[in-house]
Write a protein that binds this ligand. Structure first.
Ligand SMILES: Cc1ncc(COP(=O)(O)O)c(C=O)c1O
Length: 426
């Protein structure tokens, strides 16, 4: 069954069109606003269009950088060639992350896929038997097969269960304001991790500070530091999936920095190009890189994509980094902008588990049954906030705000007012 509300030639992502509301038509984006067709009122994009729009829609500085680059060099095969934009980006991201090597891909899933493959081959190249991967309950790392394998097994990947490789899994002790049982839950998880690490492990993969699609589930720095310590002691690699958390979203340029940990591999995408163009990168230490160098062809990392290091994407990423470097307060101070609003919202009878990290503010709607992503309350709530001029996309009963850094104080206020009105309506 199809619906006439959707274009007959388009197959939209993550959407069951038999029951979904009609799509919203948009013709223009400006700052935090999405300008709609047919004179419909604009919407505040309070989730940065699936967490990618970093500085604001159609940011003129990034738009100009892409336009300039398009007239110089739009694309070149990156196996035999290199170019200035790619080299500049690699140098800057190496300096910012402390990880010397950058491998380009196309999106968040491929950046994770590359990290997993590098971690496996790193041990393989040295003739060391380390095959286990450890991941966390509730994780989401993307929709390609490797990324699905390390992600939580759920309705999204159920048809492919038999094709996903096995992964050891430990719980994710998420926390929130007023949580008084976090210490004991963390201790249990760390014991479980110890048990998993008894087996030779290639890598532990996690989303530092905030699990995104799993429900904006936040953990404490201390917990991540304990994970890092145990991972190191067991001699395994640590992979940070910063596809969502990178580029200032968590109050520091990268979440691992705020958490006080140092990964061996980092997957980045989304905010990388300021949200203008699809691109992913995987950062690796020099030590990992060296394990791939030698005269034997089998040591090579035989992986690449047609658009590897696309010059337009690199130009956008360099321009976005310029903006972040020029105004670090835009992301460093964001938490304090959310704080008074979330404190106020906390008093609402339907608000549970308020939590905040950098520009990401979240809470659960009080519901009788926690059904997760498919909880219908999310859809009802979404309709109501849209009617109040704000675009949100709850994850089931989890409501979150993750706006572009350019959002004005008035617009942020409007988001929280729309949330309050919509909660009253439920
Ligand atoms: C933490 C994390 N990793 C990976 C991905 C996959 O990224 P993409 O959708 O660009 O493939 C996402 C997407 O939401 C994500 O949040």
């Amino acid at each position: 069954m199809t619906s006439q509300k959707w274009h007959q030639n388009i197959w939209p992502p993550f959407t069951q069109i038999a029951s979904a509301s009609p799509p919203l038509r948009v013709s223009k984006g400006k700052g935090a606003l999405l300008i709609r067709d047919n004179g419909q009122p604009p919407l505040i994009d309070a989730i940065s269009s699936w967490w990618v729009t970093l500085h604001g829609h159609s940011d003129p500085y990034i738009a100009n950088a892409i336009s300039k680059q398009a007239k110089e060099l739009e694309q070149v095969i990156f196996a035999d060639f290199t170019h200035a934009q790619a080299e500049r980006l690699a140098k800057r991201l190496s300096a910012h992350t402390g990880l010397q090597r950058l491998f380009f891909s196309d999106n968040g899933s491929t950046a994770v896929e590359v990290a997993i493959k590098i971690a496996f081959q790193f041990w393989h190249n040295q003739g060391i038997e380390r095959k286990q991967l450890i991941a966390f309950d509730g994780a989401y790392h993307g929709d390609t097969f490797g990324a699905m394998s390390v992600g939580e097994r759920n309705i999204f990947n159920a048809p492919f269960q038999e094709m996903l490789f096995p992964v050891a899994r430990v719980p994710w002790p998420q926390t929130w304001w007023g949580d008084d049982s976090v210490e004991s839950r963390e201790a249990m998880v760390l014991k479980e991790l110890d048990r998993c690490l008894e087996k030779p492990t290639a890598a532990v993969i996690l989303e530092p500070l905030v699990q995104g699609a799993g429900g904006m589930s936040m953990v404490r720095k201390k917990f991540l530091q304990a994970i890092e310590k145990k991972t190191r002691e067991a001699g395994a690699l640590l992979i940070a999936d910063e596809v969502l958390t990178g580029f200032g979203r968590c109050g520091a340029l990268f979440a691992f920095q705020r958490a006080g940990i140092k990964p061996d591999l980092i997957a980045l995408s989304k905010g990388l190009t300021g949200g203008f163009l699809p691109m992913g990168v995987t950062m690796a230490t020099e030590e990992i890189f060296e394990a791939f160098i030698g005269n034997e062809p089998e040591l090579t990392f035989w992986h690449g994509h047609s658009f590897t290091a696309n010059p337009l994407g690199c130009a956008a990423a360099n321009a976005s980094l310029d903006l972040l470097e020029r105004k670090p307060m835009a992301y460093e101070d964001f938490e304090s902008r959310h704080l008074p609003h979330l404190k106020d919202l906390e008093k609402h009878s339907k608000v549970q588990k308020p939590r905040l990290t950098g520009s990401i503010a979240a809470f659960d709607i009080a519901v009788e049954k926690r059904e997760g992503y498919l909880n219908p309350i999310g859809r009802i709530f979404k309709k109501k906030v849209i009617a109040n001029g704000v675009f949100l996309r709850p994850l089931g009963q989890v409501v979150y705000l993750l706006p572009p850094l350019c959002i004005s104080d008035d617009q942020l206020e409007q988001c929280y007012s729309a949330i309050k009105v919509s909660l009253d309506y439920l």
